[in-house]
Design a binder for this molecule. Sequence first.
Ligand SMILES: [Zn+2]
Length: 373
Amino acid sequence: MKRLAQLLTALFGVLLALLVIRTMTFTSRQLRPPSAEKLQLDKDAIVTRLSEAIQFKTISFESGTESNPDPFRDFHAFLAKSFPRVHAQLTREVVNDHSLLYTWKGKDDRLKPILLMAHIDVVPVDPDSEKLWTHAPFSGQVADGYVWGRGTMDDKVSVLGILGAVEKLLADGFQPQCTVYLAFGHDEEIGGQNGAAKIAALLSQRRVEPEFVLDEGSAITDGIIPGVAAPVAMIGIGEKGYLTLQLTVTSIGGHSSLPPSESAIGILSRAIDKVETTRFPRRVNDAVKEFFNFVGPELSWDKKVLLANLWLTEPWLERELAKSPLTDSMIRTTKATTIFQAGDKENVLPARAQAVINFRLISGDTTDAVIER
Ligand SMILES: [Zn+2]
């Protein structure tokens, strides 16, 4: 008995030592680059340019509905006028009418090129919501230290940021070592099939294989990771999958004075309830683990000890992540019932009830697996 107690104490001691050592060696992985030289930039010109860019109604409407080509052409002309060096020295191609591909030749042909992306379209504005905007969505108004409107963050700021950087480098006489492609799609908000996909097909046909691709994705955030005081740059390295399913129940219908034991609405409601109350299994993939490997060392000791020892604490981490919709969506396929339609008269049983459920698939889950489930 005494021996067993000794053995357990020893084991506990080893475990404790392991936890402490792992936590102590779980040190910051933040890069400390030398501070960059501050550029002299014309702030007013940059603000005015973004404000002007917002005023072009380069709207992507859901496929099949009206789409106006004029703002896209006007926006192209605006870019040409705003970035004269880019347009004089880089090759510009218009792909599929409204998307843009620029090629900036590098010094060394043997190097793989890089590809910087952004998109010039924005989502429409619901007319009913227009009066709720602090400043009109296409006003590009400058107020309270901000430029306001559609595209200020998503994603004209990136288009102008990239072109502005290249314009400045050209003015300084810079030529990149490797070739740099700039690709600006025009239908990202409705899937990118006519813009980015066409550019990709063109580059692939030319056997261009970039060293890396940089696109929009997340932001530098403040205070979204509890316990981390410094801003956290969330780097998107992938996108969840997308699936929409429609559920339909048909029944005989008829008069409400002689109802059957179950109605189309009742059957469909129970199905939706089942879908909503059964969550997909959670899975902490390598990308999420890496995220915590970088964020973990920045936390206080009590939390650090948990993240430094995921081999032991992973179930705890999964439970913690499941508590907020944001972090929960990082570790499982989610679903949302977005449309429910049935019936249009108070005394008539509907012959059909329909619902639409939108799924966002975590990497590793397939469309087939979700349908099967
Ligand atoms: Zn975007």
